[in-house]
Design a protein around this ligand. Structure first.
Ligand code: ZN
Length: 333
C-alpha cells in the first residue's frame, strides 16, 4: 500500500518503472482523443467539478487511462470525497502512476500522470481515508470505466466477523467487507447498530465472479453456515442486528433467494426465518472490523466461536475453497 512518504520519494527521486511505455506525438493523440480528452490529458487541463457521473458511480470494475488503456484504479478503492472529482485511495499497482512536482497556480502540489503514456490525470493529496491516507483526485475525462463481470451480494447471518471469515475462503469471491444494511439512518456506527435502535443488520458484502460461483450457491453456503431458524439471534448473540437476512438487488435475485430457502427448508427442523428484502445501502463498518478474524485469530471469541465454524465449513465445502488458504485469509493489500 502506498503512503504519502512513498509519493514524496517518487516525486523527488524518480518514479517506479512502468510495465511498458507508449509514446505518441500530440498530433497522433489528437486523432485518437476527443477535444476535451486531449485538453485534459495532453495539455494538463482540469475539468469542471461535478461535470461527470463518474463521481457518484460505485459499481465494481476497474478504471483505465483514456489514452492508452492501462489499468489505473479499482472501483474498490474509490470513495466519496465530496470534491466533485472521482477520488481513489490507491492505484491498482504501485507502478501504474508517475508523480511530478507541480508548482503552477502558486501552489506546491503533486501531479499524477499515467506511467505508461504520461497522460495528465490529476493530483494526489495526503488527506485521503485510512489506512493509506491518500486521495487521488482525478479528472473523469482522463479515465474510462472497464466493464467487469463482478457482482455484489449482501446478506447477514449474525456477527459479521464470522460470516466474513467464511466467505473470504471461497473460490470466485474476490472481496468481502463487513458492514450494516437495512436500517433507518445513514452511516451508522457499530455502537449505534449494537443498540438495536437503528434497525441495521450486521451484514457482509461479497464481491464475486458469477462465472466461478453463482448467486444461488452463495446463498446455499450462507444458509448452511449460520442458523437461519432463530429469529433475531445467532448463538449467544441476540438482537435484531443479528437477524438472518438476504438483501436482493433485482427480481431475479429475489426469486433465487425464495427458491434456495424452499430447497434448504427440509434440512432444518424449524422454520427458516431469513428475511428477503430489497437492497438499499451498504455502510462499510469501521476499519477494525474488516478482516477481523485474520487479524485477531488468537482472541477468545475467534477461537471459541469462529474456529469451529470455519472447521465445519471447510469440511462441508472443501471443493469450493480457494487453493491457497494462506493467501485467502491474509489482508487485501
Ligand atoms: Zn496512459
Amino acid at each position: 500500500m502506498l503512503k504519502w512518504i512513498d509519493i514524496v520519494k517518487f516525486t523527488n527521486s524518480g518514479n517506479p518503472v512502468p510495465a511498458e511505455k507508449v509514446v505518441k506525438t500530440n498530433e497522433e493523440w489528437q486523432k485518437l482523443l476527443t477535444a476535451e480528452q486531449f485538453r485534459i490529458t495532453r495539455l494538463k487541463g482540469t475539468e469542471r467539478s461535478y461535470s461527470s457521473e463518474m463521481c457518484s458511480l460505485f459499481e465494481p470494475g476497474k478504471y483505465a487511462c483514456v489514452c492508452c488503456g492501462t489499468l489505473l484504479f479499482d472501483a474498490a478503492e474509490k470513495f466519496e470525497s465530496g470534491t466533485g472529482w472521482p477520488s481513489f485511495t490507491q492505484p491498482v499497482s504501485e507502478n501504474a502512476i508517475a508523480y511530478n512536482k507541480d508548482v503552477s497556480h502558486g501552489m506546491m502540489r503533486v501531479e499524477t500522470v499515467c506511467n505508461t503514456c504520461d497522460a495528465h490525470l490529476g493530483h494526489v493529496f495526503p488527506d485521503g481515508p485510512k489506512p493509506g491516507g491518500l486521495r487521488y483526485c482525478m479528472n473523469a475525462v482522463a479515465l474510462k470505466k472497464v466493464e467487469s463481470d463482478e457482482r455484489k451480494a449482501t446478506f447477514g447471518g449474525g456477527c459479521f466477523w464470522c460470516t466474513e471469515a467464511v466467505f473470504t475462503l471461497l473460490k470466485g469471491v474476490s472481496r468481502v467487507e463487513s458492514g450494516y444494511s437495512g436500517g433507518r439512518i445513514d452511516n451508522p456506527t457499530y455502537r449505534e447498530v449494537c443498540s438495536g435502535l437503528t434497525g441495521h443488520a450486521e451484514v457482509i458484502e461479497v464481491t464475486y465472479n458469477p462465472g466461478e460461483i453463482s448467486y444461488a450457491d452463495l446463498l446455499r453456503i450462507h444458509l448452511s453456515t449460520h442458523n437461519p431458524t432463530t429469529l433475531n439471534r445467532q448463538g449467544a448473540d441476540a438482537g435484531t442486528q443479528y437477524r438472518s437476512s438476504i438483501f436482493y438487488r433485482n427480481d431475479e435475485e429475489k426469486a433465487i433467494a425464495q427458491n434456495v430457502i424452499a430447497e434448504m427448508q427440509p434440512f432444518y427442523e424449524d422454520t427458516i426465518v431469513t428475511e428477503i428484502v430489497p437492497f438499499e445501502h451498504f455502510y462499510k463498518a469501521e476499519e477494525y472490523h474488516q478482516d477481523y478474524y485474520a487479524n485477531n485469530a488468537q482472541e477468545g471469541y475467534c477461537q471459541a466461536v469462529i474456529d469451529p465454524k470455519l472447521k465445519k465449513f471447510k469440511e462441508l465445502f472443501k471443493s469450493r475453497l480457494k487453493d491457497t488458504q494462506d493467501t485467502a485469509i491474509t489482508k487485501h493489500e
